[in-house]
Design a protein around this ligand. Structure first.
Ligand SMILES: *Cc1c(COP(=O)(O)O)cnc(C)c1O
Length: 461
């Protein structure tokens, strides 16, 4: 399989290069040149497989150069760290409504599902090339801890994560800073999240420095992260009767990575009825699906911070398909986004999107009310991101069958849960002692040269 850029002006790559490259040289995102197909027979066969087996089966056609056996060894290893034996268990909530719990990984949010595999794929490919990388990233909370857990103790990787000092929650900070592995380096920056991001960008744009440390990233546009998420759409749909029955999914959405994986599953032949794009008040995607216009707005802070985005980076992959895979159209749209804060797609492109996608926006009060409602009905405490998804499922497809993706453990957002449900959610056992564990992190001023010196001093050669 070849990978092509959504902007049509970068060289085609094979999977190992796409894995390590991230962004294409023309600024676009890589996508497969064709979607591998799963027949009804293939889907029925997946019903009999464990999660790691299904993952290896589904991902192998995307990952030329890695044998299915070798892939299976990696998926077994990646998903053995999940606290639930089913990895991503399904829970029935009511007639026609299910929750898919994606938060049983080490950092209690769905990003672990892809990151745990990504860390292993990186390590394998780097060992094969006899290369090392230094991963540098900025986090406002969740992504940093998922990346650290995925990269800790890996021979070929050093990881540096910047977070704004005093501006991440204590659980979020401790999830990062209590990892004491030699190759993990946390840095509290005296500044905001935007300052952290600007420092990472500055380090990337210093080409001599970037080459010197072999700088890399594991951000949400990495294709390997997206494709790893295709697996759970397929395993849960077949568990509920696919290919003989159709289901829908409601997906709390920020950067459009998770829900795009559902689109890929549908393109591969999974009978998906609807994909619901559920947003909080940061509703650029909801407005797009209502009107066909994609326009930037101000970001507002909500109880579901992992969905507080202005521009959904993975959305470009869908735009590419809606444009008939014409990179020139996407280039024009991205130019208009930069110059005029937005653009509109053609009416037939919007109509095509509506064949699969629905959308819904859920405000703060309704999110809280939904958490309370579900807690009273079922005793289940939802985190605010999952509540946005479930509200959309109940409002748009009350009869179902619909699976809501539950993307974070309630204990990750204890204040919002306590306010809505009147109960303080307990941390799972493997994290119960997090407040007692030793922390290690540096505090640095908001200064690029200082940061670069710090990284030079600590990375391993
Ligand atoms: C990242 C995240 C999301 C949004 O996922 P995208 O792939 O960015 O759309 C939703 N919920 C939680 C808890 C997250 O961490």
């Amino acid at each position: 399989m070849q990978y092509i850029s959504t902007r049509g002006q970068a060289p085609n790559l094979t999977f190992p290069d796409v894995l390590l490259t991230g962004l294409a040289r023309d600024g676009g995102l890589y996508v497969p040149d064709a979607w591998p197909q799963l027949s009804a027979e293939d889907l029925r066969a997946i019903r009999e497989l464990s999660y790691p087996e299904a993952a290896a089966r589904i991902l192998a056609p995307f990952m030329d150069g890695i044998g299915e056996d070798e892939l299976l060894a990696m998926t077994r290893d990646a998903y053995a760290v999940f606290a639930d034996p089913g990895v991503v268990p399904l829970r029935q909530l009511s007639d026609g409504h299910w929750l898919m719990e994606l938060f049983h990984g080490p950092t209690l949010a769905f990003k672990d599902v892809a990151m745990q595999l990504l860390g292993r794929l990186f390590d394998r490919e780097l060992a094969r090339r006899q290369q090392r990388v230094t991963i540098v990233g900025a986090t406002s909370g969740d992504t940093g801890s998922a990346a650290i857990e995925a990269c800790r103790d890996r021979d070929a990787i050093d990881i540096f994560i910047l977070f704004p000092q005093g501006r991440v929650s204590e659980v979020q900070r401790r999830q990062m800073t209590t990892v004491l592995s030699d190759n993990v380096h946390n840095i509290a920056i005296e500044g905001t999240f935007d300052d952290c991001q600007a420092l990472v960008k500055g380090a990337f744009n210093d080409l001599a420095f970037r080459d010197e440390i072999a700088m890399s990233a594991v951000n949400s546009i990495n294709w390997a992260r997206v494709v790893a998420q295709v697996v759970y759409y397929i395993t849960t749909a077949v568990a509920l009767g696919a290919p003989d029955k159709r289901v829908s999914f409601a997906v709390p959405t920020g950067n459009f990575g998770c829900v795009f994986a559902g689109y890929v599953a549908a393109k591969m032949g999974l009978p998906v009825d609807k994909l619901i794009v559920a947003t909080n008040r940061n509703d650029i995607l909801h407005r797009f699906f209502q009107t066909g216009a994609y326009r930037k707005d101000q970001v507002v802070a909500t109880q579901s911070p992992s969905m507080d985005i202005q521009v959904a980076s993975n959305f470009e992959r869908l735009l590419f398909d809606l444009a008939g895979r014409d990179g020139a159209v996407v280039r024009g749209q991205m130019q208009a986004l930069a110059d005029q804060d937005g653009f509109e797609v053609a009416p037939d492109a919007l109509a095509q999107a509506h064949e699969l996608f629905l959308s819904h926006r859920v405000d703060e009060a309704t999110t809280t009310a939904t958490m309370g409602e579900v807690y009273r009905e079922t005793g289940i405490a939802l985190d605010p991101h999952s509540a946005v998804g479930l509200r959309a499922a109940r409002d748009l497809l009350p009869e179902g069958p619909v699976i809501t993706l539950s993307t974070a453990h309630p204990a990750k957002f204890p204040d919002a849960v306590e306010k809505a449900c009147g109960q303080h959610p307990a941390l799972p056992e493997h994290m119960a002692d997090i407040y007692e564990r030793e922390e290690r992190y540096a505090v640095l001023p908001n200064d690029l040269a200082t940061l670069q010196g710090h990284i030079r001093g600590l990375r391993r050669d």
